[in-house]
Design a protein around this ligand. Structure first.
Ligand code: PMP
Length: 318
C-alpha cells in the first residue's frame, strides 16, 4: 500500500512521510524516552486552526522538562512549526509534536544528547486507520469501561503523571489491552490510593445527582487540555465544578460520567464493569457539554474563539 502523501517537519525541514524514520536501536525506542503532544485541527471561518495551540506547546515543554530532555527549541519556534506543518499538509485533522533521542545508545543515559523534533500533521483516519486491512472499527458513541483495580498505573513516585512521555503509556497499554480482550472499550485507572484517576489517553468526569461535576485533582492525572476546557466551559455556564479525589464507589451513585480528550472529545460512559452509570446515557450534562465543545472547536462560539489559532495568522487577520 502506498504511503500517505504527507510531509513531516523534522528538525526544521520537511521530509516525506516515509523518510521520517529512526533506527530500531535509538534511545527513544529502547527506553521509552519520546515526549509528545497531540492536538486537533479544525476548519473555521479563519481557515484551518489548531485548538489551544499555546497550551499544548506549553505542556510539551513541561513534559520535556520533567523528563530532562535538553530541547533546543522554544515555545515560539514550536508553535510556528505546528502551524507550518498544517499549512504543508492540507486536510490535516491533528498535529503530533514529538521530541526524541534518535541516537543509538548503550546506556540508559544517552552520550549523544541531541533531541530531534518531529511535527506531523495528518488525518488519523485516512492516513493511518483506513490503510489497515481491515480498518479498525470506529470508536462507539458511548464507552463501556473496565475499572482497572491494580494500583500501578499512575505512580507519581516513578514518573510524574504530567509528563506526556512514551514510558508512561506502557502500563496503561497492558491494562487496556487486557480489557479489550475481555470485550470492554477502554479502562479507567486508579491512583496509588485506589482513587479514580483517568483513562490511558483521556481524563475522567463524573456528574452527581444535583448536577455537580467532579473530576480527579491535577496531582494524579495528565493535565488534559480538553479537561481544562470542560472545566472552564462548565464554570462559564454557572455549573458547579469540583476537582477532588473520587472513590470508585462514587461511580455507582453518579447520574453521569464521561471521558474527555483530544480524540475522544466528550465521551459519555455507558457502564463500568458492566454496571450502567446513571439512568440514561448520554445524560444531559454530557450531551450539553459535548455539543458546546464541538461548537467551540469548530469556531462557532464567539465566547471561546480565542482557543482557536489559525495556521495562517496573517491571512486570518489575527
Ligand atoms: N490523560 C492522558 C494520560 C492522556 O494521554 C491524554 C491525551 N493527551 C489525556 C488525559 C487527555 O488530554 P487532552 O485533552 O489534552 O487530549
Amino acid at each position: 500500500m502506498s504511503e500517505p502523501d504527507r510531509r513531516i517537519w523534522l528538525d526544521g525541514r520537511f521530509v516525506p512521510w516515509g523518510e521520517a524514520r529512526v533506527h530500531v536501536l535509538s534511545h527513544s525506542m529502547a527506553r521509552g524516552s519520546l515526549v509528545f503532544d497531540y492536538m486537533s485541527v479544525h476548519t473555521s471561518d479563519r481557515g484551518a486552526a489548531i485548538f489551544r495551540l499555546d497550551d499544548h506547546v506549553a505542556r510539551f515543554l513541561q513534559s520535556c522538562a520533567l523528563v530532562g530532555l535538553p530541547l533546543a527549541h522554544d515555545a515560539e519556534s514550536l508553535r510556528e512549526a505546528c502551524q507550518a506543518a498544517v499549512r504543508e499538509n492540507a486536510g490535516a485533522r491533528v498535529v503530533k509534536l514529538n521530541a526524541f533521542l534518535p541516537s543509538i545508545e548503550v546506556d540508559v543515559v544517552p552520550v549523544d544528547e541531541h533531541v530531534a523534533v518531529a511535527v506531523a500533521a495528518y488525518d488519523p483516519w485516512l492516513d493511518v486507520s483506513a490503510r489497515k486491512d481491515p480498518p479498525p472499527a470506529r470508536p462507539p458513541a458511548t464507552v463501556r469501561l473496565w475499572l482497572e483495580k491494580e494500583q500501578r498505573q499512575r505512580r507519581p513516585d516513578i514518573m510524574h503523571p504530567h509528563a506526556k512521555v512514551a514510558a508512561n503509556y506502557a502500563s496503561p497499554m497492558v491494562a487496556k489491552w487486557r480489557a479489550r480482550k475481555r470485550g470492554f472499550d477502554d479502562v479507567l485507572l486508579v491512583d496509588q490510593q485506589g482513587m479514580l484517576a483517568e483513562g490511558p489517553t483521556t481524563n475522567f468526569f463524573l456528574v452527581d445527582g444535583d448536577g455537580t461535576i467532579r473530576t480527579p485533582p491535577e496531582q494524579s492525572v495528565l493535565l488534559g487540555v480538553t479537561r481544562r476546557s470542560i472545566l472552564d466551559i462548565a464554570e462559564a455556564e454557572g455549573r458547579k465544578v469540583v476537582e477532588e479525589r473520587i472513590s470508585p464507589d462514587a461511580l455507582w451513585v453518579a447520574s453521569e460520567a464521561f471521558l474527555t480528550g483530544t480524540s475522544a472529545g466528550v465521551w459519555p460512559v455507558a457502564s463500568v464493569d458492566e454496571r450502567p452509570i446513571g439512568r440514561t446515557c448520554p445524560g444531559p450534562a454530557s450531551l450539553a457539554l459535548g455539543e458546546r465543545f464541538r461548537r467551540i472547536t469548530s469556531g462557532q462560539d464567539p465566547a471561546f474563539a480565542h482557543w482557536l489559532t489559525p495556521v495562517d495568522e496573517a491571512a486570518a487577520g489575527a
